[in-house]
Design a protein around this ligand. Structure first.
Ligand SMILES: Cc1cc2nc3c(=O)[nH]c(=O)nc-3n(C[C@H](O)[C@H](O)[C@H](O)COP(=O)(O)O)c2cc1C
Length: 235
């Protein structure tokens, strides 16, 4: 299966990572039925792969009508992915990894997105959360009023002290991780290249404690995998 549903070319994936920026203001333009179908199929594929229950909510403006959404300047958000999965220790990390697949799919389909951990309201009747599951965040999706702009970033050496002396695939992975969205643009993730095991390079990804840092880590790991585009193992 493609690492991102329906996007098989490496150059298209890299372009999606480079062109993606958070967009908080959207045009008053509904998603075409066919595209809604595609987004649902993409979510199904990601859920199947990751064991999540991410659901697309269409034409539902209430989640983004509260004080918190206005304070963060969200406008015209009517569609979003509800990031739902089984309650366990690594849920945030898993949903980060899974949700970013959908973000990159949306970007390559001409849509804009924004990860939202805090600036939204729950509208429970719009999605199904069964016992033992949790909604951890949402991703706003739609036609952006603009394309957003690149974020300020820490240096590659700050994210991976071995960066200068590391092989190209590892550096490409770190570069791609630095394009990833993180809550409050905190970029707390770190990558370390370890000794090979049975000829396979090992990479350790770590982060600090704090709200959404595990979700950020999962997002950054997906970017790293796409950027590296080479065999290695997470350890
Ligand atoms: C897990 C997560 C939660 C986020 N929560 C919010 C939020 O509640 N409100 C908001 O306005 N932006 C939120 N963001 C968007 C970040 O502010 C944004 O990704 C960051 O500033 C980097 O900018 P970029 O996405 O344009 O690269 C969140 C991002 C992530 C990854």
């Amino acid at each position: 299966m493609d690492i991102v549903p329906f996007v098989s070319s490496q150059s298209a994936l890299v372009r999606a990572m480079e062109e993606r920026h958070s967009v908080r203001q959207y045009l008053d333009r509904p998603l075409p039925e066919e595209l809604i179908g595609q987004l649902r199929r993409a979510a199904d594929a990601v859920n199947e792969e990751c064991g999540t229950s991410i659901q697309l909510v269409v034409d539902e403006p209430r989640a983004f009508r509260g004080f918190r959404s206005r304070a963060s300047a969200f406008q015209n958000v009517r569609n979003y992915f509800a990031l739902i999965g089984p309650e366990f220790k690594q849920l945030d990390q898993l949903l980060g990894y899974a949700g970013e697949k959908l973000v990159l799919y949306c970007q390559s389909a001409g849509l804009n997105t924004c990860w939202v951990g805090a600036s939204y309201k729950m509208v429970k009747e719009q999605y199904q959360i069964v016992l033992g599951q949790k909604l951890a965040a949402v991703i706003a999706v739609g036609y952006g009023a603009d394309a957003g702009k690149p974020h300020q970033s820490i240096s590659p050496e700050a994210a991976a002290p071995q960066y200068e002396s590391a092989p190209t695939w590892f550096r490409n992975g770190v570069d791609a991780a630095l394009l990833a969205p993180t809550a409050l643009n905190r970029q707390k993730f770190r990558f370390k290249l370890l000794d090979d095991v049975d000829g396979v390079p090992q990479v350790k990804a770590t982060t600090k404690r704090g709200p959404f840092t595990q979700m950020d880590l999962g997002i950054a790991q997906l970017h790293f995998e796409i950027g590296a585009n080479a065999p290695f193992q997470w350890t």
